[in-house]
Design a protein around this ligand. Structure first.
Ligand code: ATP
Length: 292
């Protein structure tokens, strides 16, 4: 369980976090999404104890992270956006170091290391130097250092950036397994289909705050889907329009006397949610930076 309340972080005039609140219960994967610069990484860095907030409070399980920064490592697995591995050490040595920081010792440590290497398909490269690995393999090693020992809180900041489909799928399975075993997971990504695969709940960040929080269904159901109809009429072979009430729209279409050849209703998805954030930000006069 993670509770963050009222976090503020300033860099000069920039308010990277501006009253950021987020609660992540045990067993839940929260997809933390938002445009570039919304404050996601700053939040992860603060929870990980890498950056000190100007205001606000964080609790991890029953531990106050401000008071017990060192002890917090036992509760926390972190895969930061910028890779933090030892290039001259082997994969196994890197994972062993983090297993030690997580409080694992002796035979249990070796078993957990072997397990996470297998889970992330790293066994074959376990004794190679990290500096000699491909980018995707390094990402997996970084994830292994976070997942080893199954800490009750995981902070994964774009863990699959640049990963191939096989790497992605191995990592998503490992994350799902940790949540099923009771871990609270914060997962940031710009690749939204991952959050569907993870069945994550969502937290939408904008300008240093969480502006919406809920399940995918709760956050998308009010958005328009899309009605697509094709006709035999060569003058207008296809009609596409946003719809919040496909039944009523279809009834109106049939009443107009036109006969569709095919009808498809696309339910609103996470892309629509993301787009609606961009529209809302523009309407509010907020600068949208590099919307992904
Ligand atoms: P992205 O999706 O690009 O990873 P993000 O949501 O993770 O973005 P942050 O990296 O948290 O965003 O950045 C939030 C804001 O804080 C940005 O305007 C950024 O320029 C600023 N910022 C972050 N770290 C620093 C720093 N060390 N010094 C100065 N400004 C910073």
């Amino acid at each position: 369980m993670l509770i963050a309340e009222g976090l503020v972080k300033r860099y000069g005039l920039c308010r990277a976090l501006d009253g950021f609140d987020l609660t992540v219960p045990a067993g839940e994967i929260v997809g933390l999404i938002g445009h570039n610069g919304a404050g996601k990484t700053t939040f992860v860095e603060i929870v990980a104890g890498l950056v000190r907030p100007d205001a606000g409070r964080i609790s991890i399980a029953t531990l106050d992270a401000r008071l017990a920064r060192r002890a917090a490592r036992r509760f926390l697995g972190v895969a930061p956006q910028e890779l933090g591995l030892y290039g001259t050490a082997t994969v196994r040595e890197n994972v062993r170091l983090f297993a030690g920081l997580a409080g694992l010792r002796g035979r249990r440590r070796d078993v957990e290391i072997a397990q996470v290497l297998e889970e992330l398909r790293l066994t074959a490269v376990a004794d190679r130097r990290v500096g000699a690995l491909s980018g995707g393999q390094r990402r997996r090693v970084q994830a292994a250092t976070a997942l080893v020992g199954s800490p009750p809180l995981l902070l994964l900041d774009e863990p699959t950036a640049g990963a191939d489909p096989e790497t992605r799928s191995a990592l998503l399975s490992a994350v799902r397994a940790r949540a099923e075993a009771g871990a609270a997971v914060v997962y940031t990504t710009h690749y939204l289909p991952e959050l569907v695969d993870l069945d994550a709940t969502l937290a939408l960040a904008r300008a240093g705050r969480i502006i919406a929080r809920g399940t995918q269904e709760e956050l998308t159901r009010h958005l328009p889907g899309e009605l697509r109809v094709t006709f035999a009429d060569p003058a207008e072979p296809e009609l596409r329009r946003p719809t919040t009430d496909p039944g009523a729209d279809l009834a109106a279409l049939f009443a107009s006397g036109r006969t569709p050849v095919s009808v498809d209703v696309r339910r609103p998805g996470l892309d629509d949610l993301y787009r609606s954030m961009a529209i809302a930000a523009t309407e509010a006069g907020t600068e949208v930076r590099d919307a992904a």
